[in-house]
Design a protein around this ligand. Structure first.
Ligand code: HAS
Length: 540
């Protein structure tokens, strides 16, 4: 019960962020349609920052941490008082940080977008707020790692519970990745915004951000994969295809998520083409664990569908529990991840990146990946996690509403993200207000797609209102009862998990080696060639 409280505290913040961030998104698509102007002198970039920070950074981090506390408590056992206390300190640091950063954005003192690298500058309180969010999350990761270590001590020589193991891998990746952004904030952004230094190196700031930024997207994705690998098999009445395959895919994410950040910087001068190419190759490697995940999910679905009597090549498909929102909502996310992932491969393909970089195609890409595959899986999980934590039931009626949210999301996102992809290929820039660019013929081609984005965005906002309605019911009004936290068992024929897959020393060494290979020389080059001197900033 005590762990449930901690987990729920995160869920409250996450869904508040969804409501406010979603509203900012609605304003966004309206402005870009050219039919609406923001009132009261509110700036476009102010709203875009609210949208990106609340949904990309706050909804995700809080949901992930809340889910992970529940996942460990369920599979490794309850947290000790000390571990839980650490979790609460982390939670409050994150919450205070979020509020401080949000106040600065609302005062228009931090309209620097969710990527917040230089040359855009924010008030120092914004950077301090984000630092508190990161430090708070570190404390929470520490609490979760301590619970895992305790389990290992108490169960010597045994393979740890799969879900707990996955949480630890995700946290380790997060910790290593956040070192980059911590360096950027502490050594560049904070001294600069406080006025201690006058100029900082923009390329260094972007490179440190993207060292963190791509692993950030996998920090969002891995909790969704935890649900796909461990929860969904139980929900459909099947088994986890393979424990070893699941662990291997997580370890591959651990070693490959960080040394690929330069694929966000293909167009930037100042980084030699060789390093861009090397990180392209590493990016193609990081696609492999997602392909393994797709394979594993198909296998789980097919095995279960056939067990229920499905015949023929695809006959098993119709036997899956289509009316169960715990399955349907994340499944819609999985389907969206197929075009989303394919788009990612286009982005990563060095030369093709020239075509789509800084166009609204990229926005379309991440609305399929994080804003559909990932968040629909979170919502699908929230529909059983919240009643599990509050001691209530997901009734049939709420389940039906939950299914409607998934379907509306699919329709809204198909229209919005589809229009973004096409407009992007026609050259429409991302992160810009509505403009006809002096009546340019090319810009007029984008307008109908921008109107389509507003239509899709409106459907998405209505879906958000419905989601909040379901969540509020599950928190306070649904009938009392018991809702299970589904945890799948591994299929009988899956084979034993090799111990190497839990050897963090081996994987840790590979991780550090890959980071050093991918980043040492590019960073030395950036600093050596910086017009601002050896530390990347100037005091005058
Ligand atoms: Fe990305 C930009 C490359 C995945 C998020 N990405 C972004 C940005 C975000 C983002 C937020 O290389 C914008 C950042 C900014 O603000 O500038 N991305 C990739 C690649 C992958 C990828 C190679 N991205 C993600 C994920 C994200 C995410 C995941 C969030 C969660 N991305 C890029 C690149 C850029 C980029 C460049 C920079 C572009 C630029 O120039 O600015 C890969 O990880 C994708 C691999 C995925 C797959 C799909 C596997 C499919 C599965 C589903 C199975 C389905 C089932 C259901 C079982 C290969 C697992 C079956 C049922 C049926 C009925 C069919």
């Amino acid at each position: 019960k005590k762990d449930a409280k901690l987990s729920l505290a995160h869920i409250y913040v996450a869904f508040t962020a969804l409501l406010l961030g979603g509203l900012a998104g609605l304003l966004q698509v309206f402005v870009r349609s050219g039919q609406f102007k923001l009132p009261f002198g509110i700036g476009y970039y102010q709203v875009l920052t609210v949208h990106g920070v609340l949904l990309g950074l706050i909804l995700t981090t809080f949901f992930i941490m809340g889910f992970q506390f529940a996942a460990i408590s369920r599979t490794a056992g309850a947290f000790s008082n000390t571990q839980r206390k650490l979790g609460w300190i982390g939670f409050w640091l994150m919450t205070i940080g979020t509020i401080s950063a949000a106040v600065m954005v609302l005062l228009n003192e931090a309209s620097v977008l969710y990527t917040f690298y230089a040359p855009l500058q924010a008030h120092w309180i914004f950077y301090l707020g984000l630092t508190l969010v990161v430090v708070g999350s570190w404390l929470e990761c520490l609490a979760q790692a301590m619970r895992y270590a305790q389990w290992r001590r108490e169960n010597k020589g045994q393979t740890s519970p799969l879900l707990t193991f996955m949480v630890v891998v995700n946290n380790l990746m997060w910790f290593v990745a956040t070192l980059g952004v911590a360096a950027e904030v502490l050594f560049q952004l904070l001294p600069w915004s406080l006025g201690f230094v006058e100029r900082i190196d923009v390329l260094l700031s972007r490179t440190l951000f993207w060292y963190f930024g791509h692993a950030l997207v996998y920090f969002w994705l891995l909790p969704a994969y935890m649900i796909w690998y461990v929860v969904i098999p139980k929900v459909i009445g099947g088994k986890i295809f393979s424990d070893a395959l699941s662990r291997l895919s997580f370890m591959l994410f651990l070693i490959l998520s960080v040394p690929v950040g330069i694929h966000h910087q293909f167009t930037e001068p100042g980084i030699d083409g060789f390093w861009k190419f090397l990180q392209t190759v590493l990016t193609f490697f990081v696609v492999v664990p997602s392909l393994m995940t797709a394979f594993s999910m198909f296998a789980t679905f097919e095995l279960r569908g056939r067990e229920l009597g499905g015949k023929g090549v695809l006959g098993w498909f119709k036997n899956l529990p289509w009316k169960d929102s715990r399955f349907l909502v994340p499944f819609i996310g999985m389907v969206a991840f197929i075009p989303g992932g394919a788009g990612g491969i286009v982005n990563a393909s060095y030369q093709m990146n020239e075509l789509i970089h800084n166009t609204i195609w990229v926005t379309g890409h991440f609305h399929l990946t994080v804003a559909t595959a990932v968040v629909l899986t979170y919502f699908g999980a929230a529909y059983w996690l919240i009643p599990h934590l509050t001691g209530r039931k997901l009734t049939n009626k709420l389940n039906n509403y939950a299914n409607v949210t998934g379907i509306m999301w699919a329709i809204g996102m198909f229209i919005m993200s589809g229009a973004m992809h096409i407009a992007g290929l026609l050259g429409a820039p991302r992160r810009s207000e509505f403009s006809t660019y002096g009546g340019s013929e090319q810009a007029t081609e984008w307008i109908s797609y921008q109107i389509a984005q507003a239509v899709g965005g409106t459907i998405l906002f209505i879906a958000i209102l419905l989601i909040i309605g379901v969540v509020v019911n599950l928190l306070w009004f649904a009938p009392k009862g018991e809702e299970e936290f589904p945890v799948g068992e591994v299929a009988e024929g899956a084979g034993k998990t090799p111990a190497i897959l839990e050897n963090f020393k081996v994987w840790g060494v590979i991780l550090v080696a890959l980071i050093l290979i991918a980043y040492t020389i590019p960073i030395i080059d950036i600093i050596r060639n910086s017009p601002l001197g050896s530390v990347g900033y100037k005091f005058w």
